[in-house]
Design a protein around this ligand. Structure first.
Ligand code: CA
Length: 225
């Protein structure tokens, strides 16, 4: 899962980035509203952490412009003032949740996880596939197969998590690449094939299906989707 953090306080940004990376998210950062707006329009994120008081362009403006263009990425706003007006303005402008500064990083993590779960239609942090043989817990970033811990690299974990969050859907290599690497990574879709094959070797080989020319699919297509 890939997160965009837009926050002008460099120290806070560093702490948020490190917290999220520790939880195996990929993190891009922007230090002002214009850069954040641009990244949100050109890159694909699973969620955005958006400070409201930003140089160049206010957080509310950033969000309103995204929403006006149909960008419905889940947004968690950070409010520095404890007034209810700011929270209400943020929610009305299209934010999905808010957190008032100062906050605990654990709470930020928990709220982001919940936002991403809601956006992808999952109600529990525990996801299962292959009749419950493979279980992924987004809270602890751990994967087990038949109860045994599976050792995965950060990239392998992100790949499996993304496929499980979107189970039943065919995910292209491009989409996968966009959600497991940050903006500075030199992306090469051949790497994805290697990654998927390594993952198949660690879980069950037939769990991730190749849809030739289209991408990869985990689980069965949903009939009502
Ligand atoms: Ca600020």
């Amino acid at each position: 899962m890939r997160i965009l953090v837009i926050e002008d306080n460099a120290e806070l940004t560093r702490q948020i980035k490190s917290t999220l990376e520790h939880a195996l998210y990929v993190v891009d950062v922007a230090f002002d509203g214009e850069e954040g707006l641009f990244l949100g329009e050109t890159e694909h994120y699973d969620a955005v952490v958006l400070d409201l008081g930003l140089p160049k362009l206010d957080g509310i403006d950033v969000m309103e412009r995204w929403r006006a263009k149909g960008n419905d990425v889940p947004v968690l706003i950070l409010t520095s003032r404890h007034t209810w007006r700011e929270k209400v303005a943020g929610l009305r402008a299209g934010a999905d949740d808010y957190l008032a500064k100062p906050f605990e990083f654990e709470e930020l993590l928990a709220r982001l996880e919940a936002l991403i779960r809601r956006a992808t239609g999952h109600s529990s942090p525990i996801m299962q596939c292959d009749c419950g043989r493979v279980v992924l817990d987004t809270t602890s970033a751990r994967v087990t197969m038949e109860g045994n811990l599976v050792e995965l690299t950060a990239l392998e974990y992100r790949t499996l998590e993304y496929l499980m969050q979107h189970d039943g859907q065919v995910i292209s290599k491009t989409e996968l690449t966009e959600h497991i690497y940050d903006q500075d990574f030199d992306r090469d879709s051949n790497v994805i094939e290697v990654l998927i094959n390594r993952l198949r070797g660690k879980i069950c080989a037939d769990m991730i299906k190749t849809r030739r020319g289209l991408g990869y699919q985990l689980g069965e297509p949903k009939s009502d989707a």
